[in-house]
Design a protein around this ligand. Sequence first.
Ligand SMILES: Cc1cc2nc3c(=O)[nH]c(=O)nc-3n(C[C@H](O)[C@H](O)[C@H](O)COP(=O)(O)OP(=O)(O)OC[C@H]3O[C@@H](n4cnc5c(N)ncnc54)[C@H](O)[C@@H]3O)c2cc1C
Length: 579
Amino acid sequence: MNRTFEQRRYLIPFRTGLLPQIFCDTLVLGSGVAGLRSAVGAAHNGQVIVLAKDSLELTNTAWAQGGIAAVLRSNTDQGDSVRLHIEDTLTAGAGLCDPEIVDLICTQAGERIEEIIDWGMRFDRDDGGHLMRGREGGHNAHRVYHSGGDATGAELQRTLIDRVQEHENIRLFDRCFAIDLLTLNDAPGSPVLGAMTWHPKYGLQVIWARTTIMAMGGAGQVFRETTNPRVATADGIAMGYRAGAQLADMEFVQFHPTTLYVPGAARSLISEAVRGEGAHLLDHAGNRFMPAIHELAELAPRDVVARAIVRQIAQQGGKHVWLDCRHIEHFANRFPSINHELRSFGLDATQDLIPVHPAAHYMIGGLRTDARTRTSLPNLLAVGESSCTGLHGANRLASNSLLEGLVMGAIAGEQAAARADEGPVSPASIVSAIEDSSHAELDLDDVRSSLRSCMWINAGVERTPTRLDDACDMLDFWGRYTLDKIFETPEGWEVQNMLTTSALIARAAASRACSIGTHTLIGDASDEDRTRCFEHAVWTRGHGEPSWVARIPDLQEHARGRKPTIREPNPSPRVSEDA
Ligand SMILES: Cc1cc2nc3c(=O)[nH]c(=O)nc-3n(C[C@H](O)[C@H](O)[C@H](O)COP(=O)(O)OP(=O)(O)OC[C@H]3O[C@@H](n4cnc5c(N)ncnc54)[C@H](O)[C@@H]3O)c2cc1C
């Protein structure tokens, strides 16, 4: 990483002793599935604060459509098993999953689904009252539980918000922006003591916590084309990096093949389930192009379909291809939310072809954790999309991320509740003494939109070494004149976070010299480079280059400088069949 991205420890100058102070046992940063499930667990013992930078409901979680993958006791008699779910996850991950984590999450899936049903989540049921199960790309069985047809995330978010709102130990701070994690000092591995936050009404506040749980979601907004809501600006990943936490697998970003392409409008997801119901992709001459590319045609793995669309657009010109749903019966009933979205643009799925285009969808990399959600920094746990547990490897199996949030959130909550017995952290006198730079200024809105275009064009679906190096140069340039400034509102901090995370993604992509999973590199890697294909690149601020690890060490032992425990290596790589 360029020095620009290595230098800054905090985004703003402050003295903790001069600011309002708030105390809690567990501080949960983020109100998506991972954060809220963590909060419920942590509240069994101790006072919990949950932060969301916008409303509690504006999360990737609430936008999820397809469902939650799980094998329940009730469906093992129908040819499915936890073992098969594990195998499908490992296959999708293309040899880079952590098998222990895959085993843990798939094994606990049923319990977490039954729990969330007990808490009031309304999954879709058939006329006999049985839970309905969908099937998505990469799954060899029907095991995706959904709500409201294509509105699973909204129902999950509602259920969890109801749960936390009724808990007397949980305080909810919406529209409260986390700027930075506070650490005792700037030395590597220094314990996390809470976070510096900003609220439009109350200004800067310090929140001290025995345990901080990072659950700040993904990074979709660093790409011009994304399915993610506007809050997904990678703040958590950048905050973790500044605080010295290890990040892993930053080059792996999943691109979804089919989002609605209407110039000027946000890209809304057209779920894979629509192709699952038989929708076809057509070129501008009205011909299907997927059957010639993959035996599964439109249901080929997500990365295969996304690449095929990008190549089709490059050949034929224009900005999109077409999705033909005209032959799908009862479209409006099966996909009510998508139908509503299409209608808002005057499109009728039974009559019109739908313009579609790929977009950044899911951030696989993030704060590296172990099976207990511990990061490399004491007192800091990480869950959900801003973490990197090793579940997804190099490519995420559809509908496994809400599941990861539920399972790992429950584990993080338990950890935090147990730690509350250690008593409150002592507030420290932390001083961030940075001065504003006198160097030239760039227009913030221009930097934001230019970096998003740069990332989409050069670090998107298809990448080349030259373009990645050029992207790194551009990001360095914008970083030099943006990361040296001091901003007073979220607009500036978000751009600084987006720049840092973009630079990590681009640098990580440039470092991985072979195509694997979601990382498609055009151009051959040397044999020497290929030996790194099945290793993980780990990034830590101050180190400049990644360290490559073949296996997952115990992170807390690593942080204390002891010899890491080595787990068994990943299984041999297989072709990804994720969709
Ligand atoms: C359109 C769409 C469809 C999807 N469909 C599915 C699906 O069907 N199945 C599936 O498994 N997955 C799906 N996913 C992925 C899944 O929704 C996400 O990976 C998952 O919800 C992430 O949960 P999370 O709790 O980690 O983060 P989020 O749900 O994104 O929550 C992040 C939280 O962090 C807060 N935050 C961020 N920055 C700050 C800050 N600086 N200060 C304070 N708070 C902050 C936000 O306000 C928010 O509360 C989909 C994603 C999208 C976008």
